[in-house]
Write a protein that binds this ligand. Sequence first.
Ligand SMILES: Cc1ncc(COP(=O)(O)O)c(C=O)c1O
Length: 373
Amino acid sequence: MNSTGAGATELRIPQRILDASPYVPEWSGLNRTEFIRLDRNENTRPLPAAVQEALVRSIASWAVQSYPESAPIQRSLASYTRVPSEYILSTNGSDQGIDLCLRTALSEGDSILIARPEFPVFSHVAEAIGAKIEPVPYNPDLSFPYRAFAEAIASVRPSLIVLINPNNPTGSGIDIDYIEQIIASNPKTIVIVDEAYYEYTDNTVVPLVKEYANLLVLRTFSKAFAMAGLRLGYVLANPQILAHVRKLQNPFDVNQLAVTAGLAQLARTDAVRAECRHAMEEIKPYVVQSLLEVGVEVWPGSANFLLVRPPDCTKAVAYLRNSGVLVRSMSAPALQGSFRVSLGTMHEMQQFVGVFQSYLKEYRGSPSWLAKK
Ligand SMILES: Cc1ncc(COP(=O)(O)O)c(C=O)c1O
């Protein structure tokens, strides 16, 4: 007998599942509500009153007791993205979009080309399918490896190409003309472009879905729209390829409260855009400047988060946590010794900077640090 129960080792479970590990985000199990949460690239602003009221109205009108209806959000997304609704499939978060698109494109033994370090859900799903990941390392300055990636397409001939723009955790953007060139020159290969952080960058390939049958774009309501806990995302693609993705989704995967909140958010996109501009043009420069002033290495990237390399990262992350601020330590070899911090409100970021500065003061004042110098 083992810890999973009598005879579990004799069950017919595929070897690749037996070999797989669960995806456990850092700080799982902690009561995160007690902290300033800068560890998951969430939006920490309060949910707007209009969205809260829509949710309350929806609950009062028996929305929760009925199976959900996702057609209205697809119509509203059509007007937001300026592509017809038959090009759009709403999903249970963008993670489900990744899962559906990878299962549509890949069989066991196929290969997926992606720049590394990447958003880990791609490799997590690919491994469960039994597909082989062909990673192309980001450049040492964390810029996208344009030439090496194009060369890898020619040499590996992957079954699926993934471009994350901008990437998480590096924040690196990819030139839109380069992406179009990859899509156009590989017409028989599906190209996924993940635009989870689109609202912070305004860079998109969405208009190209009308032109290219091999392009799938992924978006989410978890970031700019502050709905990570409700789980709403969408896939944009030509209806012919989307029809195949649709086959893998179950009928009621997108819940009604996500649809309700999504509709309320799409009714205030000007305000959402203004919030994103405030984050990128005021909050982010303040954080970057404050960290540079104290002599710490920073990669600002182009999304609502940045990478920081403090002296003794493990100590810094623990110090921040003990002072009520959660950030995410990086485990990818290329990023070891750094943590990712998401942009919260200006007030939260002032608190983060204050705590981080006192960490540096303590650390630099300690004899062990002086000895290392
Ligand atoms: C690049 C990228 N894609 C997809 C996701 C998943 O978003 P969702 O919350 O919609 O599943 C994230 C979340 O952090 C992300 O960073």
